[in-house]
Design a protein around this ligand. Structure first.
Ligand SMILES: Nc1ncnc2c1ncn2[C@@H]1O[C@H](COP(=O)(O)OP(=O)(O)OP(=O)(O)O)[C@@H](O)[C@H]1O
Length: 627
């Protein structure tokens, strides 16, 4: 036992990742309890009426054990008194009234218990739904670079897991309150009889509590340190068995590789978990025996007092019953305390996630207002010495970049893979802010405008656009989701992006679910998907349209047609086009060539060819391929 108690303070968790990482200390666990008021407040706000009803029922339920024990005592004493009377003097009516009372209490306890369980489940469901909604809303507010940070992802993952398991914590906290009330009521009876019995009770229960805390702490540490691996396990499970990956997994024969990795990781976790579970079970049995010994010690004492005649049989049942109940209650409260503290530690992850704040906000720090967005844009965008480094990147993705994107101009970006073209576009859309330099819109820093308003005025179709598992019409409508019921507008956008020819062939037309994830879904080819995604740009009707490799998957005829329409559609509008195809690029007014994130040259197709620089070189290279 001594060894075990020493181990509580001395042992460190066997974390595969960081063997020196200390276990979560008791102090941390207790300090995590500070999150409980905020948590209870969240529950209260979920539904004040259900919360109030829940508390009311629990308070009533808390008083019942004492009442039941007391009535049982009266019944026994009255039976004994009756047996001592001559048969003709035995009046049974008071006895049966007591029995009826006990019967009533049993029914009431059952009804209250069911009522509490019902309210817990309703409140829990509401709370889980609202937490999920808050989680999605908060994630949408955060900056893109926060998503690219793996510690953020771990937080998000833990917070996501929390939305459901927190309903268990809610029940536990409320039950804890209820049991504490019952405990105080029962303990009052025991203290009145023999105060030191309470000490005996604590002695029987406290070691079990310490053991429970210790093992919960280890469980939490283990599970916490395994968050990245768990994400990897989820990823492997998903990659090994999903429609999106099945093709390549089969072709490359990856399943053995994926399964091996999964097995190695999961076996490792299983081993660590098993060793913890075994020790937990062993020590659990020891503590249960200590608890039982305490109970029987008290029982023997109460029996001796009954035999000596100093208390009645009724009092014996009351006291022995109180003691047994108190022991179970105290054990429950103490062990629940450690799982509440454990839950509160997880709560810390939950609140940590909600405490993350986006940096790209409105208005920018230090200024009182945002600048109204120019309608129409007068001068255009200027990049002034712009540099950008990804948080997890080792080099500058863009450096010392200065150029002007004039209002109404069609600018093409050219550069080799990794040159920084997509990064430039993300900076324009304020998905990131420059690490150095600045971007001006009509002479003012882009950060002075409301980012939401800016994004309203920009339409971007990325090369890795999302294939939403939605009906075809809605898949186009995501370009301007407020217009999702405007069928005429959706059809016009489809006609402009050539998506109409794709949709006409679908059995369900605009209502046809696309993608294979849901029942009845029909998958499209890469080029067909791209036409749908392009349609989103036309739904958008933005002042600045950005297409990042919009035609990479299109056949030559479709590409030609798309660009015919694109030129018409963007007349008078500003547009940025990224493409590796010079047939597309040459349609732009000017072409900006970048290399390793740096400015190389800018000019029209003819100007750059005449100049004989990098563009001319790349153009000749591609043209040579067609000769
Ligand atoms: N999220 C990211 N985190 C870290 N580095 C990134 C990230 N995205 C891009 N990079 C790096 O920034 C550089 C520029 O990438 P970018 O995507 O802008 O290139 P690109 O010119 O659009 O390339 P491509 O023609 O292949 O689409 C590359 O070196 C890339 O590895």
């Amino acid at each position: 036992m001594l060894d075990f108690l020493k181990s509580i303070s001395a042992k460190k968790p066997k974390s595969r990742l960081d063997p020196d990482k200390p276990a979560v200390s008791v102090r941390e666990r207790v300090s995590a309890l500070r999150h409980l008021p905020a948590f209870l407040q969240l529950i209260w706000r979920t539904s004040p009426a259900l919360s109030l009803a829940n508390i009311g029922l629990r308070l009533l339920r808390a008083g019942l054990p004492l009442a039941q024990l007391y009535v049982a005592r009266l019944i026994l004493d009255s039976v004994l008194a009756l047996t001592r009377l001559p048969a003709e003097q035995r009046a049974l009516a008071p006895l049966f009234t007591l029995v009826a009372l006990e019967f009533g209490l049993v029914l009431l306890a059952d009804a209250l218990g069911r009522g509490v369980a019902l309210l817990d489940s309703l409140l829990g469901d509401l709370f889980a739904n609202q937490s999920s909604i808050r989680l999605m809303a908060h994630a949408a507010e955060l900056d893109l670079d926060q998503f690219e940070d793996s510690t953020f992802y771990d937080k998000l993952e833990r917070a996501r897991r929390q939305t459901l398991s927190r309903t268990v914590l809610m029940s536990q906290v409320l039950s804890q309150g209820q049991d504490l009330v019952t405990l105080v009521l029962l303990a009052a009876g025991l203290v009145a009889f023999q105060p030191w019995l309470l000490g005996l009770l604590l002695l029987a229960v406290v070691p079990a509590f310490l053991g429970e805390s210790h093992f919960n702490e280890r469980s939490y540490s283990l599970s916490h340190s395994w968050t990245p691996e768990r994400r990897e396990l989820d990823y492997l499970r998903q990659t090994g068995a999903s429609d999106e990956t099945a093709k390549e997994v089969k072709i490359f024969g990856l399943s053995g590789f994926l399964i091996d990795r999964f097995r190695t990781l999961s076996d490792d976790f299983y081993r660590q978990n098993k060793s913890l579970a075994l020790r937990r079970a062993g020590w659990g049995a020891v503590f249960a025996a200590v608890g039982a010994a305490g109970y029987y010690g008290a029982y023997v004492y109460i029996l001796a007092r009954t035999v000596s005649g100093s208390i009645s049989i009724g009092q014996l049942t009351f006291l022995a019953g109180s003691f047994a109940r108190l022991r179970a209650l105290l054990e429950g409260i103490l062990s629940r305390f450690s799982s509440v503290a454990d839950g509160a530690l997880y709560l810390q992850d939950f609140f940590d996630f909600f405490a993350l704040k986006p940096r790209i906000t409105r208005p920018i720090e230090g200024s009182a207002h945002t600048r109204p967005f120019p309608r129409p844009i007068q001068r255009g965008f200027q990049f002034e010495n712009v540099g950008f480094q990804y948080k997890n990147g080792t080099k500058w993705a863009i450096r010392n970049l200065s150029f002007e994107l004039k209002a109404g101009e069609k600018l093409a970006l050219v550069g080799e893979n990794g040159a920084g073209k997509t990064t430039l576009v993300k900076l324009l859309a304020r998905l990131y802010d420059p690490s150095e330099g600045r971007i001006l819109l009509d002479g003012h820093d882009l950060r002075e405008y409301d980012p939401a308003e800016l994004r309203q005025e920009i339409g971007v179709i990325f090369q890795d656009f999302v294939r939403f598992q939605l009906p075809a019409g809605q898949n186009l409508a995501v370009g301007r989701i407020a217009e999702r019921h405007n069928q005429a507008r959706i059809e016009a956008a489809a006609a402009q992006s050539l998506a109409d020819t794709v949709i006409q062939k679908l059995p369900g037309g605009y209502e046809q679910m696309i993608g294979r994830r849901f029942n009845g879904g029909v998958d499209l080819s890469g080029g067909e998907w791209q036409k749908i995604a392009l349609g989103r740009a036309y739904m958008r009707e933005a002042q600045l349209l950005i297409l990042d490799e919009p035609t990479a998957a299109l056949d030559a005829r479709a590409e030609h047609e798309v660009f015919q329409r694109f030129a018409e559609l963007t007349q008078g509008k500003t547009a940025v086009l990224i493409s590796h195809r010079f047939s597309t690029v040459r349609m732009a007014d000017r072409i900006l060539v970048i290399e390793n994130g740096q400015f190389v040259e800018i000019g029209s197709h003819e100007e750059l060819l005449d100049k004989g620089g990098r563009y001319a070189e790349l153009f000749q290279l591609q043209a040579a391929g067609y000769r």
